[in-house]
Structure formats: structure tokens, C-alpha cells
Design a protein around this ligand. Structure first.
Ligand SMILES: Nc1nc2c(c(=O)[nH]1)N[C@H]1C(S)=C(S)[C@@H](COP(=O)(O)O)O[C@H]1N2
Ligand SMILES: [Mo]
Length: 252
């Protein structure tokens, strides 16, 4: 009986395979991530995740910690004409598109997103400009939606296409599969107990709790699974990454 922990420690110390066996059980439950793990790059990402702690959870707060008047930053409305029509009809016929390297492209109305298993979390957004805000966010895990769409094995990044523009250029962002399958990464349609307000990215925004504010794409219209960020606008994976010195990976 007392031998089990020792042999487990030996296994972990002994080999990368041991690390995978001991540490990846939760991620392994996702069929999409399993197909990634079957490849060399997937193995590399998995060890990075264990060493760098990217699977660690962001701090969650209590209702007493909620910001009294949460700031809205960047664009507080969207210019896309389709989005404007949907806003004017309460997003009743709006749907989230899922396309790219998926077996099953999807168009999910808000009712479908609301019917999925939900996460409800009180978390803090840290903006690179030096302020932060604590809010309550609800929505399905991004992982749930990606598993419905079934990622193809070449998929490495999830890109978020937004309805707002910076000048002539739409806002866009991207994350890798470690953050995409992180348990706190959600597609939030509800903030502080009410439908997501326009200024915070109605009808749907990304919450990627281990990264800075500019990664939390608002006004999300579509998700695209890609093998590479090359060929996506400037190739650096996000609007600010392409137009400033902001890093693509912005861990907090
Ligand atoms: N589509 C879109 N998403 C965006 C932005 C934006 O201008 N457009 N601004 C980003 C920045 S810099 C921050 S700090 C957060 C602000 O989120 P909030 O408005 O809910 O506070 O949204 C991020 N997501
Ligand atoms: Mo920001």
C-alpha cells in the first residue's frame, strides 16, 4: 500500500511520459486536445504547461469584491452593419460562427450558448494601461464549443473575429489551445447578472483569465481554428499585436 506513492514519484521523476500520465488527465478528457497530444508539438506544449503553470487557475473573488462602476475600455460599440441590425433586434437572430479547421462548422444562437453547461466566475481584468476591474462573468467554456465543432488535428490557434473596427481594421485576437481549453476560459454572454452590456462587448465576449485585458475580445462574431497565425492580418495574432509592441502572449 505504501509503495504506490513512491512508484508514482519515480514515474514522474523518470520520464516525460510520466509527467503526461500524471498531469494531463483533465485536458485529456477533451477529444480535441487528445488529438493534439498525439503529436510531437502537443507533447511539447503539454510539458510546457506543466512546467510554466499555465493550467493554474486565476483568482476568483466574491460578490463583495465586484467593482462598483466597472470601466469599459477600447471600443464601446461596434460598427459592423450586420452587428448593428442584430443589436437593434436584441440579438434574437444573431449566431456565433465557428469555422476554419473544424470537422463541423457551427452557427450557434445565444439560446444554444445559454443552454450549454455554464461557468459563473468573479474575476479581475487587468488592462495594460494600469487599471483593473472585477466582474461576474457567465457563459459556456470555450472548450465545450470547440468539442462540439471538433477541431481538426492541425488546429493550433483559436482566432476571435469581432464586430468593431479600429479605423478601417476589425478587432481580432487569438489564443493557443492551452488557453482555449483552460477551465476558466469562457464565452461570456452575461455580466454581473445581466445580459452583456453593449459597452462590454454584447452579445458575447471572451474571458481568458490568465491574460491581460486586450486579449479578452469583445463583440465576438466568429471563432476560427487555424494552424498558424501567418496570413491573419499582420501575422502577429491580434489587432494590438499588429499595431503596437503589445505581446501576443500577455500572461498575468
Ligand atoms: N473587440 C474588442 N475587444 C476588446 C477591446 C476592443 O477595443 N475591441 N479592447 C480590449 C481592451 S484593451 C480591454 S482592457 C478590454 C476592456 O474590457 P471592458 O470594456 O469590458 O472593460 O477589452 C478588450 N477587448
Ligand atoms: Mo486594455
Amino acid at each position: 500500500m505504501s509503495e504506490t506513492p513512491i512508484s508514482r514519484r519515480r514515474l514522474i521523476a523518470g520520464a516525460g511520459a510520466g509527467l503526461l500520465l500524471s498531469g494531463c488527465d483533465r485536458l485529456n478528457q477533451s477529444p480535441a486536445f487528445r488529438s493534439v497530444l498525439q503529436q510531437a508539438e502537443g507533447l511539447h506544449m503539454a510539458s510546457q504547461r506543466l512546467i510554466g503553470g499555465r493550467e493554474a487557475l486565476a483568482r476568483e473573488f466574491t460578490p463583495a469584491d465586484l467593482s462598483a462602476s466597472p470601466r469599459a475600455n477600447g471600443n464601446v460599440t461596434a460598427q459592423d452593419e450586420g452587428w448593428r441590425r442584430h443589436r437593434d433586434s436584441g440579438f434574437a437572430d444573431w449566431s456565433l460562427k465557428v469555422f476554419g479547421l473544424v470537422e463541423r462548422p457551427l452557427a450557434l444562437p445565444l439560446s444554444a450558448l445559454r443552454a450549454l453547461e455554464q461557468r459563473d466566475q468573479i474575476t479581475r481584468l487587468d488592462c495594460v494601461e494600469g487599471w483593473s476591474a472585477i466582474g461576474q462573468w457567465q457563459g459556456p467554456r470555450l472548450a465545450t464549443v470547440l468539442d462540439m465543432a471538433r477541431l481538426q488535428p492541425q488546429a493550433r490557434y483559436i482566432v476571435f473575429h469581432c464586430a468593431d473596427r479600429m479605423g478601417a481594421v476589425p478587432y481580432y485576437e487569438s489564443i493557443d489551445l492551452i488557453d482555449a481549453f483552460h477551465p476558466q476560459t469562457i464565452l461570456a454572454w452575461r455580466m454581473n447578472g445581466a445580459p452583456l452590456p453593449e459597452s462590454h462587448g454584447a452579445p458575447l465576449r471572451l474571458r481568458v483569465e490568465r491574460q491581460l485585458g486586450y486579449k479578452h475580445a469583445k463583440f465576438v462574431m466568429a471563432l476560427e481554428a487555424r494552424a498558424s497565425l501567418a496570413g491573419l492580418y499582420g501575422g502577429r495574432g491580434g489587432y494590438w499585436e499588429d499595431h503596437s509592441d503589445y505581446a501576443w502572449y500577455a500572461g498575468v
